[in-house]
Unconditional design. Structure first.
Lengths: 356, 167, 385
């Protein structure tokens, strides 16, 4: 393993080390080593790659949800759970209202949208009040809202027998199966299957659509204004841009993407997870985009794609490879160290823009 | 002046570390705990059989830790190596209680120690009544094997706060 | 309401003098959270139906258990580093110490002392690492310290789950996982359970007062009060007031900040040992994860803020917060008929308190900043404003 690492390092060292950053390089090398090792230790490479692609589709939009807020200088969106909650409200209400099949997915998005807009606006308003301290407060806004919703999931008058506890007839279950609703609806759309290797075309297309949307948006007038606000707020203000409004817009967008992201995640995963489940969902998304080359105040769609592939690649590959090589399943621990280490690394970098 | 200060600082630091190490060593000595098991069982030694009394009450720190009929085993935790206990021996049913105060040194490296009380009371040498307690190998259970993540659910929360306090 | 002028002139700010007219508003503003909590408790106590004796007993126990841990937060606040979410690091160091002590079968108070001594070097090492990272992440200390606690948790799991028993010798099967390496989910500390609490304990009308624990807490309080007056303590406060001014005055800012984190980590480690001796067992992988959050929430409930906290805040906070914790589930169950509501409620309240305190701190900081900017502008532009 060591040897392959140094080899890849040697090959890439010149061009990439500055733009890529050492931790990122190590992670990429690590993943590459995993892929090279996989066939030797008896892991089925096509299955592994399909898994990685699948997981990429589940998580891609959640990672994408980081982009608008980073662009407007609000920092990493540790408040992603707020968007996730909007998505969960959409998902549960869609089922409660009796939608089934593929329709339920789009109904969920439609229903989640107003929630995301309202919660996002409040959240954006709050973040405008506390410029400079966004990340910590975002974290705790996320935590508070998740624990608040824990009470709500029990108290809200849901009735659908597929979602509530069987015995008492009220209060939502911790996990709700999406069988018969929108489980795999995107993944199965135009799915390509060659032996063990499969490509969830629909889910990829959905991600591409979202990513393209954001990319296109960032190239509109408002989009460039957003970038300007993020990189130099004083200059943006002087240029006549309403900084607070743009920031608010970015937060709303991030929140909405979070909502759509969790729905896309659920369609792949096949279950809705309620209560404490959204608690830490921000952290993998944050570290994924950072692994992809983003910093606290700079993020592109490419960062999202590379980051998600690397991160999810490690998540899928380490358990199998590790188990076969050293007979210890250390994947969970490795995932924690890699992802948190990456966030720490990004936080300690000097901000490239005028403020952090 | 400055070098002198740093020298004093260095000395002070070394001193602190030394004191801490000494305290740690002391704690090893006085804090070593043992689990002592008392057997009121028949003992065989050099061909002679020692009969058990009808009942032995074992008191450690003035607290009764065992009320042993013939064939019973009791246990107590003890900190340090100077073990003391009081035995109240009833030879036969309804008979009078005999009181014996016992003090003995526990071997440092044994976690669990079995004392055969009849053998000890008969005045036999130490190897006749003192033996190490080897716990039976625990059956391998997979349920304790779960890997814990950085995701703290409500479970961790409850564990942290809910465990009952007080006696 | 805010002290914009005070911070501007550093010396005045250091003395923390509040001009007379603002005092009342400041009192209300600074005590929003405690007042809120008193109201919550006042509503919940009658509903919960607990007897006063039971409540007092619980509060006293929980004060003994938690106060030391919360005190660990004071020093970094003094140094202007905010709420030290990295206190979890000390807790992990303590747990490693306790695992060894449990394996070596050292009982009672000697076991605690030994675990404390073992935790010191680990805490110091982690504290230095944490301090260095926080120095690199100035201005985002809190979020960085929060992520550090996760990162080190990963390392902790690596050591405890994979290296202990395989590389680091662990003998007893009561501590080790059956697979031969790694530590069990729960390590029993039965042999040191409440040994400190029971030492010199007195019983007043059914309420057990753990005198020895309170003596230890008192010693730490005295130490903190004394420490504030030492040269190092003064330096820390100067760094907390204004890093640049402190640097200009010849203080080694980076070093002072690292020392404050190291001290906090070591104290948190001791606190964790006191906490766990009360509990009587160690949840190897989860005991520490909540500690930081609860300690911080309790401190804030006591009326502390991100940049200002006193020993009084600690005691008030631990009482109010734990009173809420005891009564909320039962009150929630009585009101809604579902016991989980109350449990979620108290979790929500803990997080909400931290959120509110953080928001109040940031808005205050921002207002001060803009007031200062206005003042500067006014000075420059003469009479125009």
């Amino acid at each position: 393993m060591e040897e392959t690492k140094t080899l890849t390092l040697k090959d890439r060292i010149r061009g990439f080390i500055d733009s890529f950053g050492v931790p990122r390089l190590i992670i990429a090398a690590f993943l590459l080593a995993l892929f090279i090792l996989a066939p030797f230790v008896g892991a089925d490479l096509p299955t592994q790659i399909s898994n990685t692609i699948n997981r990429f589709c589940w998580n891609g939009i959640l990672v994408l949800a980081m982009v608008p807020m980073v662009h407007s200088g609000c920092g990493l969106n540790f408040g992603l759970p707020l968007g996730i909650i909007s998505g969960l409200l959409g998902a549960t209400l869609s089922i409660e209202l009796g939608f089934t099949g593929a329709i339920s997915f789009f109904a969920a998005i439609v229903i989640a949208t107003p929630f995301a807009l309202i919660l996002g606006s409040v959240y954006g308003w709050l973040l405008n009040k506390i410029k400079g301290g966004e990340m910590m407060i975002a974290t705790y806004v996320g935590f508070s809202s998740v624990s608040f919703m824990c009470m709500m999931w029990l108290l809200l008058p849901y009735h659908s027998p597929n979602m509530v506890w069987g015995l008492s007839g009220k209060g939502l279950r911790t996990t709700i199966s999406l069988e018969g609703y929108y489980s795999q609806v995107l993944s199965n759309f135009l799915k390509i299957q060659i032996g063990n290797f499969s490509i969830p075309t629909g889910a990829l297309l959905f991600f591409a659509l979202m990513a393209f949307g954001i990319w296109a948006f960032l190239h509109t007038k408002t989009g460039t204004a957003m970038t300007a606000v993020g990189s130099n707020p004083a200059f943006a203000r002087a240029a006549g841009i309403n900084v607070d409004k743009i920031r608010m817009l970015s937060v709303v967008m991030s929140t909405w993407l979070g909502a759509v992201g969790i729905l896309a995640y659920e369609q792949g995963f096949g279950f809705i997870q309620l209560y404490m489940a959204p608690f830490y969902m921000a952290l993998p998304a944050v570290s994924a985009i950072l692994i992809g080359g983003a910093s606290v105040n700079k993020a592109t769609i490419t960062n999202v794609i590379i980051g998600t592939i690397l991160f999810q690649g490690i998540v899928t590959m380490t358990p199998t490879v590790m188990n076969n090589v050293i007979h210890m399943d250390m994947s969970e621990v490795i995932r924690i160290i890699v992802s948190q280490g990456m966030i720490l690394y990004a936080l300690t970098r000097k901000s490239e823009g005028s403020k952090g | 002046m400055k070098t002198k200060m740093t020298k004093r600082m260095l000395l002070f630091r070394c001193g602190t570390i030394l004191v801490l190490l000494l305290i740690a060593g002391l704690m090893f000595l006085i804090g070593r705990g043992h689990t002592v098991y008392f057997d009121n069982k028949k003992a065989e030694y050099n061909g002679q059989t020692i009969e058990t009394p009808y009942r032995i009450d074992v008191y450690v720190n003035d607290e009764r830790v065992g009320k042993l009929s013939s064939g019973d085993r009791g246990m107590a935790s003890w900190m340090g190596q100077n073990f003391k206990m009081r035995l109240e021996i009833t030879k036969e049913k309804g008979g009078k209680k005999q009181i014996a105060n016992v003090a003995l040194k526990l071997p440092y490296n044994m976690d669990g120690i079995i004392l055969n009380l009849p053998a000890m009371l008969a005045g036999l040498p130490e190897d006749a009544y003192l033996s190490e307690f080897i716990p039976a190998p625990v059956e391998v259970t997979e349920e304790d094997n779960e890997v814990v993540t950085d995701e703290f659910g409500l479970e961790g929360l409850e564990e942290g706060m809910e465990e009952s306090a007080g006696e | 309401m805010s002290g914009g002028r005070n911070t501007k002139t550093g010396v005045e700010g250091a003395a923390k003098k509040i001009s007379g007219g603002r005092r009342f508003l400041n009192f209300l503003g600074a005590n929003t959270v405690p007042i809120m909590f008193i109201i919550i408790c006042a509503i919940c106590i009658p509903i919960s139906g607990f007897s006063p004796a039971y409540l007092i007993n619980e509060i006293v126990t929980r004060m003994g258990r938690n106060t030391f841990l919360i005190l660990a937060l004071l020093i970094p606040i003094m140094a202007g580093m905010g709420l030290n979410f990295g206190m979890t690091l000390g807790a992990m160091a303590a747990e490693i110490g306790l695992i060894f002590v449990a394996d070596w079968q050292i009982y009672g108070i000697p076991g605690m002392v030994l675990a404390m001594i073992l935790s010191i070097p680990i805490s110091m090492l982690l504290g230095v690492v944490c301090g260095k990272i926080l120095n690199a992440a100035k201005g985002r200390e809190m979020v960085a310290s929060y992520i550090i606690s996760f990162f080190i948790n990963g390392i902790y799991q690596l050591i405890v789950l994979y290296m202990m028993g395989s590389i680091i010798p662990i003998k007893h099967t009561t501590v080790k996982l059956p697979r031969g390496y790694g530590i069990r989910n729960t390590v029993s500390l039965l042999n040191m359970r409440q040994k400190l609490d029971d030492l010199l304990a007195i019983n007043v009308k059914g309420v057990k007062i753990p005198v020895a624990t309170f003596i230890v807490i008192a010693i730490l309080c005295i130490f903190i009060v004394w420490f504030r007056k030492t040269k190092l303590g003064q330096d820390m406060r100067a760094v907390g007031q204004d890093m640049e001014v402190a640097r200009a005055a010849g203080i080694n800012v980076e070093r002072t900040r690292i020392i404050s984190i190291v001290m906090s980590t070591v104290i948190a480690g001791f606190g964790m040992i006191i906490y766990l001796q009360n509990m009587g067992n160690l949840s190897t992988y989860s005991s520490h994860s909540q500690i930081g959050m609860f300690a911080i929430a309790a401190l804030l409930v006591g009326g502390a803020s991100v940049d200002k906290a006193s020993i009084g805040n600690v005691f008030l906070g631990v009482m109010l917060f734990h009173l809420m914790f005891i009564v909320a589930p039962s009150a929630g169950a009585k009101i809604t008929g579902d016991s989980m509501i109350g449990e979620y409620f108290r979790v929500f309240v803990s997080y909400a308190v931290i959120t509110i305190a953080l928001i109040m701190y940031e808005t205050k900081k921002r207002r001060e900043k803009s007031q200062m900017a206005e003042l500067l502008a006014a000075e420059q532009e003469g009479e125009e404003v």
